[in-house]
Design a binder for this molecule. Structure first.
Ligand SMILES: NC(=O)c1ccc[n+]([C@@H]2O[C@H](COP(=O)([O-])OP(=O)(O)OC[C@H]3O[C@@H](n4cnc5c(N)ncnc54)[C@H](O)[C@@H]3O)[C@@H](O)[C@H]2O)c1
Ligand SMILES: O=C(O)C(=O)C[C@@H](O)[C@H](O)[C@H](O)COP(=O)(O)O
Ligand SMILES: [Zn+2]
Length: 348
């Protein structure tokens, strides 16, 4: 269940009072420790003891070493099966904390309090938890719903612009795959800032929740939420591997351009619609330099995408603005063509 918190966090306090947890563990990174934890602690009313678990910020931390450290700390602090983990942060914290909680002692309860636009609209919802493996994105994880999701949009007030823009890429994706009206509302935004995005958060959350409700384990329609991620994740992984990480939403934005063009090349989307999408994404996002990436390295990553079966790369592609198909196999020539198209935008 998703709840928009009021200023005194009363819904969170009701939840804590209404359950018999033994102890609370609040997972933060250094930024959410500084900017969000004081707000949470200033409003949280509970007699329970709590501990703060802090990790360094960034995708580089979303790995088995960090998970192991957190499992060890929970063990040392004798967290039992009635303990509650509160994930206070962006998608790295909710993915990582959800994974650690869903596996520790075969699963303890956790709630998500997202603090980035991306985690409010996407990562905190839907129960995909996980960590990266050898720079392959989210290779190890679980499908486990949080007990609750508490959203406090005012947390966005301290979020850097680049992070806001990163989250906006997933909102655009929601419009593109499911709701043309949402897409059109978003692209009307000229100046991207908290005031302009806040009115659209609820619509994005609804789209995500609605898809997940139909297909929690990603057997069918949930694959549409992965539009832009087949190529986007490959780009994100290569950047991470080279020690030059880009934000998830930045990679998704590049993936949106490549996969919108690929949708056109595959005869699924009109040239006009693909152009509209590409121009609008370019309006918000600078070109992401992938000129050093070899196609063969990108293909190696594509071959490990979680949607694949029998070594066939399964794409989720657009069949219109607001509609998406999945399990679509593209010609290798068209995939390479879409990457070439993206590279050329650098000089356009
Ligand atoms: N599980 C899912 O369904 C899902 C969906 C989308 C993305 N993801 C994952 O989410 C991750 C990206 O999430 P993200 O973009 O939130 O990144 P993030 O968690 O790294 O947060 C981005 C940055 O913002 C900082 N920050 C967070 N809240 C802040 C605040 N209120 N004020 C100031 N700084 C703040 C963080 O410390 C970090 O430096 C990726 O790992 C991606 O794979 C998961
Ligand atoms: O919730 C989903 O399903 C998504 O695909 C949402 C994506 O935005 C998100 O990045 C997700 O973590 C990707 O999942 P993965 O299974 O491709 O790792
Ligand atoms: Zn994503």
């Amino acid at each position: 269940m998703i709840t928009i918190l009021n200023d005194n966090f009363s819904q969170l306090n009701d939840f804590l009072h209404g359950n018999s947890f033994s102890k609370i563990f609040i997972l933060v990174d250094e930024n959410t420790h500084e900017y969000c934890l004081p707000v949470l602690l200033g409003n949280m009313e509970t007699d329970l003891g709590f501990e703060i678990l802090e990790i360094e910020a960034g995708e580089e931390m979303k790995n088995i070493q960090t998970a192991n450290q957190l499992w060890e700390i929970l063990t040392e602090m004798q967290a039992d099966r009635k303990a509650l983990v509160i994930n206070l942060g962006g998608g790295v914290i909710t993915d990582m904390g959800g994974f650690v909680a869903s596996t520790y002692k075969r699963g303890i309860q956790f709630i998500n309090i997202p603090t980035t636009l991306l985690s409010m609209c996407d990562a905190s919802i839907g129960g995909k938890t996980g960590i990266d493996l050898m720079h392959f994105k989210n290779m190890v994880g679980t499908f486990t719903f949080p007990e609750q999701i508490f959203v406090y949009p005012k947390f966005l007030e301290t979020l850097p612009f680049k992070e806001l823009r990163s989250g906006f890429a997933e909102m655009l994706k929601h419009g593109l795959i499911a709701d043309k009206n949402h897409w059109e509302n978003l692209i009307r935004i000229n100046k991207l800032d908290i005031e302009s995005v806040i009115p659209h958060i609820q619509a994005s959350m609804n789209i995500k929740q609605n898809v997940v409700d139909q297909d929690f384990h990603e057997k069918n329609i949930r694959k549409t939420l992965n539009f832009a991620h087949t190529i986007g994740h490959a780009i994100e992984s290569l950047c991470l591997e080279q020690g030059n990480p880009v934000l998830h939403g930045e990679a998704v934005a590049a993936g949106t351009i490549c996969e919108a063009y690929l949708s056109y090349l595959e005869g699924l989307l009109s040239e006009e619609d693909s152009q509209i999408i590409i121009e609008n994404v370019q309006k918000y996002y600078p070109y992401l330099d992938i000129s050093d990436f070899k196609d063969e390295d990108i293909f190696t990553l594509l071959l490990n995408d979680k949607k694949n079966v029998n070594s066939k790369i399964n794409f989720s592609l657009l069949s219109g603005i607001g509609s998406c198909i999945f399990d679509h196999q593209c010609s290798q020539k068209n995939i390479a063509e879409s990457l070439k198209f993206y590279r050329k935008l650098n000089n356009a």
